[in-house]
Design a binder for this molecule. Structure first.
Ligand code: CA
Length: 221
């Protein structure tokens, strides 16, 4: 398995390389973000270990750029202790996991093996169906270039339908995921919210499948 380690602290980078090499990984090092991005584009690594604070291009920007370019190599970010903002930001731009410095070689290796099992399938951070787009991190919805303001519940419903795009979902499933399993109000609340989303996004956005539920079409327009 070939790993790219992007870390500007040379001692730490060398330590990571030695630890991973001892576990049988082939390791390449980059000491700044510019080199890291170039190497990640040029070679199809199995996994990338990415520091966030880097000279050149920072780690968040590097990771976001890879995902924009449809490169889905699993990325594990290295974060500073006590800065959970970094972890959140990293995962939101498409990183897959993080370890907090200082970490042991055993923990790093175990996390990398877990990521390798998942592989490099596309894992978009933004959900799309036709010209409909939802960013779960920023809580924004767009229809084409137009941003559509939604309430928290409308967003949750939209996200649920987008994650199952093309599939029929029942009213019960929607209630269980968008409200919660203890919801004891009127289940027709689902219809009310579906109507609201149709009013905001266009009538044909969500199809009613008689007797079964609702479906958001993959090529919704
Ligand atoms: Ca650094």
């Amino acid at each position: 398995m070939r790993v790219l380690v992007v870390e500007d602290e040379r001692l730490l980078a060398a330590g990571i390389r030695n630890g991973l090499a001892a576990q049988g990984f082939a390791v390449d090092l980059a000491h700044d973000g510019t080199d890291g991005l170039w190497m990640a584009r040029e070679h199809r690594y199995d996994v990338i270990v990415l520091d966030l604070m880097l000279p050149g291009i920072n780690g968040l920007h590097l990771c976001a750029t890879l995902r924009d370019e449809d490169i889905w190599t699993p990325v594990l970010i290295l974060t500073a202790r006590d800065d959970e903002g970094d972890e959140v930001a990293g995962l939101d731009v498409g990183a897959d996991d993080y370890v907090t410095k200082p970490f042991s070689s055993a923990v790093l290796t175990a996390r990398l093996r877990a990521l390798l099992r998942r592989g490099a399938q596309p894992r978009p951070t933004v959900l799309l169906a036709g010209d409909l787009k939802l960013d779960p991190a920023t809580k924004q919805v767009w229809r084409g270039d137009r941003e559509v303001r939604c309430t928290a519940r409308e967003l949750a419903l939209m996200e649920f339908l987008l994650r199952r795009v093309g599939q029929v979902v029942s009213k019960q499933e929607i209630l269980g995921h968008v409200w919660d399993n203890e919801f004891e109000g009127d289940p027709n609340i689902v219809e009310v919210y579906i109507r609201r989303l149709r009013a905001k996004l266009g009538r044909s956005t969500i199809q009613t499948i008689r007797g079964a539920g609702y479906r958001l079409a993959a090529d919704d327009r």
